[in-house]
Design a protein around this ligand. Sequence first.
Ligand SMILES: [Fe+2]
Ligand SMILES: [Fe+2]
Length: 169
Amino acid sequence: MGTYGKSIVKGNIDEIVTLLNKAYADEWLAHYQYWVGSKVVKGIMKEAVIAELVQHAADELRHATMVADRIIQLGGTPLLHPKDWLTHTICGYDAPENPQVLEVLAQNIKGEQCAISVYNKIATLTKDSDIVTYNIATQIMADEVLHEEELQALEEDILGFIETFKGRV
Ligand SMILES: [Fe+2]
Ligand SMILES: [Fe+2]
C-alpha cells in the first residue's frame, strides 16, 4: 500500500473497501454471466448478441482489475475465494438457464441496472473524501451505462424484427 496515497483519503476506508469488495464480486459474476451466456445463447440475431456479450465479458473483467487494484491501494485484500463472490455480491448471478436471446438480454440488462446503482452509490460515498476511488467508480459507471444502452438497443432491434416479420405472415 502507498502510505501517503492512502493518508489523503478522508472517508472511512473500511467502509469503502467493503463496498469495493462487493463491487469486485459483482464484476466477476457479471464476467462469468456474460461469458457463459455467449456460449449458450440461442435464437434470432444470435451472432450480434454473442459479439456484444463477449465484449461486455471482457469489460467486466477489466473492471474487476480496476477495483482490485484500488482495494489493494487502500490496504485491503480483494476477495480471495470464488465462493465469496456469491456471499458478497449485491447484484447477484442469473444463470442463463433459458438461453433464448431475449431472456439472456433481460437478465443482463437487470445486472447492468444494478451495477449502475452500485457505482452511483460508491461515487456518492467517495465524492468529497476519496477522489481516486470516485474517479474509478465514475469511469466504470460510464461503461455500465453504455452496456445497458447497447443491450436495450439490441433488444429493441430484435423486438422490431419480430414485429415486422409478424406483419408479413
Ligand atoms: Fe462492470
Ligand atoms: Fe457492464
